[in-house]
Design a protein around this ligand. Structure first.
Ligand SMILES: Nc1ncnc2c1ncn2[C@@H]1O[C@H](COP(=O)(O)OP(=O)(O)OP(=O)(O)O)[C@@H](O)[C@H]1O
Length: 472
């Protein structure tokens, strides 16, 4: 058997990308999610990366922006990165490539954040070039029975359960909204799991607003709109997450409008999640906004202290760890609202204690989480940055978000975007969204521009440090 060695330069591409990512994300996430990945091969300017198990299916999605950024910064000759997930257990519940569950598809693909970073398995070049496969495995961790309820989410939970039990009969559509990391995605996946148990023959599709948009753009490009339409208009349950991403995207909204009508008219269930209520979905057509209110609109509020403690205890149990109540109270009292951050604090504590071979106690928690909690306290938001920049330049925050490209507006906006990237953990698409729906490439360009300019423009450098000081 002949052995063809992989050229070092090719192998190194992923090593170099990992090197860049390591500097941008926290150590624990890097060690957990990226370090176990392996270079597979390169074909037609697509870099194929192997991940060890299906739990890694979201890696491509989660780090898409950073990976793209690294590819661009390193000047690598690649169009895309494709993550290969090993074939899952054929009996496991999963969503089919065409939107349904079941054994028809040999492998399931994750919904990529962008058309350039994709997670999947066994995808031929023809398929991957179109990048149309949006179906995602529902996350097995997001179930109703591990969703902790409290006053802030009880109603949303009950509504989600009703929809899973009686799709298209209880509330249609179900519109769930709320702040970051409060469990909207968890509830959507739970609906998918529960409905599948009750109605095994149903085809269920989960997709993010961003992915819906990207797929549509690709399908238009490749003149495959009928495939796109068939795919979404023939499911029994459509779960669409982060609908706010469609703001200002007229063509996508038009398409979604028809998808919605087709499903609703044929008595199929639609569930929508958003970071704000329908009325506040600016840059949305009125006919869509009003349809979102046809069924039931429920919000998810931040958890109170007791719910936070219960969430922590439940997560600790799942990790087979004992969490003393005083430690749970300490974490719950210091991590403000976001459940994702609550989980992050606990994961960090468990990892730290197991690494140092010590018990979880209040003093260890205080020591180990000190930095984490300090960062929480100092957490800077994009809104705060926008306010500071607007004040500095004597303008209104709304002007930073307008589609006005005069120099008086463009420069402050670029500065605010630059600071948002430096001082928050927001992704490029998220920054774009908060600046009136700008495309992530516009954000990337703005950041690069300020980064470049500040090197030789002393006034700009001074303004930046002043703003950083005000905000920091
Ligand atoms: N009530 C809850 N009980 C248990 N876990 C929860 C609860 N709420 C949120 N979580 C967990 O917190 C994490 C973040 O939740 P999720 O991704 O569903 O939030 P989200 O509202 O969709 O956030 P985003 O707006 O950022 O998309 C998940 O791991 C989820 O399992």
């Amino acid at each position: 058997m002949s052995f063809v060695p992989i050229p070092a330069a090719v192998l190194n591409q992923w090593v170099r990308i990992l090197g860049a990512l390591e500097k941008k994300i926290n150590r624990q996430s890097f060690e957990t999610w990226l370090k176990p990945t392996r270079f597979s091969h390169v074909a037609e300017r697509v870099l194929y990366i192997r991940v060890p198990s299906v739990e890694f299916q979201h890696v491509g999605d989660r780090y898409a922006d950073l990976i793209m950024e690294a590819i661009d910064n390193l000047g690598l000759d690649l169009d895309r990165v494709q993550f290969e997930v090993p074939a899952p257990d054929p009996n496991a519940n999963r969503v089919r490539e065409d939107g349904g569950f079941g054994p028809q598809s040999s492998h399931s693909l994750n919904a990529p954040r962008s058309s350039r970073v994709n997670t999947g398995a066994g995808v031929g070049p023809e398929q991957s070039r179109f990048d149309w496969n949006s179906a995602a495995l529902l996350n097995p961790r997001y179930q109703f029975d591990n969703f902790v309820t409290g006053p802030g989410n009880q109603f949303a939970y009950a509504a989600a359960q009703a929809v899973a039990e009686r799709p298209a009969k209880a509330y249609n559509p179900l519109f769930v909204y709320g702040g970051v990391g409060l469990g909207k995605t968890h509830l959507m996946h739970a609906i998918g799991h529960q409905a599948k148990l009750r109605y095994p023959q149903y085809s269920i599709s989960y997709i993010s607003g961003e992915k819906f948009t990207n797929e549509m753009i690709n399908m238009v490009r490749y003149e495959k709109m009928s495939t796109f339409r068939d795919k979404f208009r023939t499911v029994d349950i459509l779960l669409i997450d982060d609908i706010q991403f469609l703001a200002g995207k007229e063509r996508t909204q038009e398409e979604f409008f028809h998808t919605f009508n087709a499903l609703h008219e044929s008595n199929k269930q639609v569930v929508i999640a958003s970071d704000r209520p329908p009325k506040e979905l600016n840059d949305f057509e009125e006919r869509l906004r009003s349809r979102f209110e046809w069924g039931l609109v429920v919000d998810v509020q931040p958890p109170d202290l007791e719910t936070k403690v219960a969430i922590l205890q439940r997560k600790a149990e799942a990790e087979q760890t004992t969490l003393p109540t005083d430690v749970a109270l300490f974490i719950a009292g210091n991590v403000r609202t976001n459940v994702r951050e609550l989980e992050g604090a606990l994961t960090r504590l468990i990892a730290w204690c197991s690494m140092h071979g010590v018990e979880i106690t209040l003093p260890t928690a205080q020591m180990c989480l000190k930095q984490f909690i300090d960062t929480q306290v100092r957490k800077i938001t994009i809104e705060a940055i926008q306010r500071a920049v607007a004040e500095q330049f004597g303008m209104r925050v709304a002007e930073l978000k307008q589609k006005n490209n005069s120099r008086q507006i463009v420069v402050p906006r670029q500065i605010a975007m630059y600071l948002a990237k430096q001082m928050t953990e927001a992704s490029l698409p998220e920054i774009g969204r908060q600046f009136g729906g700008k495309h992530h490439t516009t954000v990337m360009h703005s950041i690069a521009k300020i980064d470049e300019q500040k090197r030789h423009d002393k006034d700009l450098a001074r303004t930046l440090s002043k703003l950083q000081e005000i905000l920091g």
